[in-house]
Design a protein around this ligand. Structure first.
Ligand SMILES: Cc1ncc(COP(=O)(O)O)c(C=O)c1O
Length: 480
């Protein structure tokens, strides 16, 4: 043991014969001595070894498959910092070309050669930038009118993704939410307008609601908003959070108007790393025209001897995703994207049909408009079942599948649902394997003599008074 004191792994040290492999991994202190790259690699690799394989993770929206050339390109650009525009000018040009392509897919009317947009780490940053621009434009108008500008608000459905809560908190902009109900599963335009006033900076419909996979009706909202703006003299605009839908609608439903063809849609954001088919983190925000991107958001930076203009919350950021996005545009073209998204939709539709036919389940919606859907337990089945969707989640995890169970947003939050997101890399054959695992799990659950722990725990929980019937309890309150 004494020789261990001065132990230092060498090139000959067998990885699993090393001291490191027999010691706890560092948690709070940097190790005193270096070790060989092989040992360090193996330790880090082993720590994530037991995790779900990314492609079996049906919880995430984010890309888990790119082809070998895309991966090679991205790996080769791993050492490029995007912000070093002077040193890597072509990367900045490539990002601008991607913004142009996105703007045109979203039917931008802008005639300029370079469209107004910004690169982001994901939709979160892109949403923030779209929201901040709407706020600054509103503030300018209020200042010009000599009116107070200290109480801005925006309107969105309760199906919002957490980024909008962050936006509200960080910029102190009141978030007004239109409740989703079982009858109104998407943003109700009239209810949204009823929440607007002179301090509303924008309304945010979502294309590909995170919780349900559905699309808000932007065209109906735009029409109603136009009449409202005419009546009130306000200029409330729309920012579309198209994190998922922004890369689905242009390819599969190009006639549907949800984008810059609509009068009040002034900005759109989307995740390049979701259905844009690029590994994380990449997002885009595009404005309908340069005039909608407030000057205060473009920072002129004197960096390494050059003046660069920057719109974004981050400074340094990886450039590899831009190469990955531009590669995908060239490699796949419009038709390649369309075919991949169509396959994802067909597989989603197939899973939706099959799961809808299973005795315990009911789909939340008959419509499948994005490659994801949710379902819950039928009320009558739930009353007798000795198991819950959380049990199904755990059982599927044993075969590597990650299919999340969760409760719906406020107002319908006593519904427990399960969600599947289908992405490139998930085939019909894999769908059949998953369905077989779900059927087997149900068959085993139905043999249970006693309720599972999660079932017992759920039965003990009291539903919130005044809320809709819960599919997870069978208590007296529910029956009232
Ligand atoms: C509708 C919506 N908006 C914003 C986001 C945040 O996206 P990102 O993870 O790209 O930051 C998501 C993520 O799921 C989303 O679904």
């Amino acid at each position: 043991m004494d020789d261990q004191k001065n132990y230092r792994a060498t090139i000959e040290t067998p990885i699993y014969g090393s001291k490191e492999m027999a010691s706890p991994a560092p948690v709070d202190k940097i190790p005193q001595k270096p070790t060989t790259p092989e040992i360090a690699y193996q330790m880090v690799k082993d720590e994530t070894y037991s995790q779900t394989q990314p492609r079996l993770n049906l919880a995430t929206f984010v890309t888990t498959y790119m082809d070998d050339y895309a991966t090679k390109l991205m790996n080769e650009a791993i050492d490029i910092n995007y912000i070093d525009e002077t040193e890597y000018p072509r990367v900045a040009v490539m990002a601008a070309k991607c913004i142009n392509i996105m703007a045109n897919l979203w039917n931008s009317p802008e005639k300029a050669d370079w469209k107004a947009g910004a690169l982001a780490i994901g939709s979160s940053e892109a949403c923030m930038l779209g929201g901040v621009a709407a706020w600054l434009r509103w503030r300018e108008r209020r200042k010009a009118q000599g009116k107070p500008y200290d109480k801005p608000n925006f309107v969105i459905s309760t199906g919002f993704q957490v980024v909008w809560e962050k936006f509200a908190q960080l910029w102190q902009i009141e978030m007004r939410t239109v409740p989703l109900t079982l009858d109104k599963t998407t943003l109700d335009p009239e209810a949204a307008l009823a929440m607007c006033d002179e301090n509303t900076i924008c309304i945010v419909p979502i294309e590909g609601v995170t919780w349900t996979g559905l699309n808000d009706d932007v065209e109906a909202l735009d029409k109603a908003l136009d009449a409202y703006n005419k009546k009130t003299g306000y200029e409330i605009c729309i920012h579309v959070d198209a994190a998922s839908g922004g890369y689905i609608l242009p390819f599969l439903n190009p006639e549907k108007k949800w984008d810059f063809r609509l009068k009040w849609v002034l900005s759109i954001s989307a995740s390049g790393h979701k259905f844009g088919l690029v590994y994380p983190g990449l997002g885009w925000v595009v404005w309908k025209d340069k005039k909608y991107l407030p000057g205060e958001m473009s920072f002129s930076v004197n960096y390494l001897g050059a003046n660069i203009t920057q719109v974004g919350l981050n400074f340094s950021r990886p450039a590899a995703q831009i190469l990955g996005q531009y590669y995908q545009f060239i490699r796949l073209g419009f038709e390649g994207y369309r075919d991949i998204q169509r396959n994802s939709m067909e597989i989603t539709q197939y899973l939706h049909d099959q799961i809808g036919k299973m005795a315990p389940f009911e789909n939340y919606s008959d419509d499948v408009v994005n490659p994801l859907f949710i379902w819950y337990m039928k009320p009558d089945y739930a009353k007798k079942a000795k198991w819950t969707l959380y049990d199904l989640q755990s059982t599927l995890q044993q075969s590597g599948w990650m299919v999340p169970a969760y409760t719906l947003p406020k107002n319908i939050d006593n519904y427990v649902v399960m969600r599947i997101v289908v992405r490139q890399g998930f085939s019909r054959d894999m769908a059949d394997m998953l369905l077989a695992d779900i059927r087997n799990a149900i068959a085993e659950f139905e043999k249970l003599e006693y309720p599972t722990q999660t079932r017992i725990a759920q039965d003990k929980m009291q539903p919130i008074k005044g809320k809709v019937y819960t599919h997870t309890h069978d208590c007296t309150d529910c029956k009232k």
